[in-house]
Write a protein that binds this ligand. Structure first.
Ligand code: SF4
Ligand code: SF4
Length: 104
C-alpha cells in the first residue's frame, strides 16, 4: 500500500458528476477532450454526466489501482473531496468499499 489511499480507490471519480464553472478548465489547462460543457456557465469532467459516472481521466480498476491523467489540472471538486469525508465514504460505499478514516 502506498501512503495515498486514493491510488487504491478512485471511487469518487466514478460516482459523482464532477462539475465546475466552465472557465476553470481553461485556467487550469484541462484538455478540452476531457471536459463536457453542461450549460453556458458550467462544465464537467467528461464521463461524469452519466447514469454510471466515470471520469475519462481515470484509468485502472476502482478499489485496486487507479491513476488520474489530469491530476495536475484537476478541477476544484476533485480537490475538495478528502479521504474519510462524507462524499468519500458515500462513494466508497457505492462501490462496495469499506470506509476509510480521515488522513492524519
Ligand atoms: S473516494 Fe475517498 S479514498 Fe477514494 S479516491 Fe475519493 S477521496 Fe480518495
Ligand atoms: S479529474 Fe482526476 S481526480 Fe478528478 S474526477 Fe477525474 S480522475 Fe478523478
Amino acid at each position: 500500500m502506498t501512503a495515498n489511499p486514493c491510488l487504491h480507490c478512485g471511487a469518487c471519480c466514478a460516482t459523482y458528476r464532477v462539475s465546475f464553472y466552465w472557465s476553470e478548465a481553461e485556467s487550469l489547462g484541462l484538455a478540452p477532450a476531457l471536459t463536457q460543457q453542461l450549460n453556458p456557465w458550467m462544465a464537467c469532467m467528461a464521463g461524469t454526466h452519466a447514469p454510471s459516472p466515470r471520469c475519462q481521466a481515470l484509468s485502472g480498476a476502482i478499489g485496486a489501482a487507479v491513476t488520474c491523467s489530469a491530476y495536475a489540472q484537476r478541477p476544484s471538486p476533485c480537490r475538495e473531496v478528502q479521504v474519510g469525508d462524507a462524499r468519500c465514504l458515500q462513494a466508497r460505499a457505492h462501490h462496495g468499499l469499506a470506509p476509510l478514516p480521515p488522513l492524519p
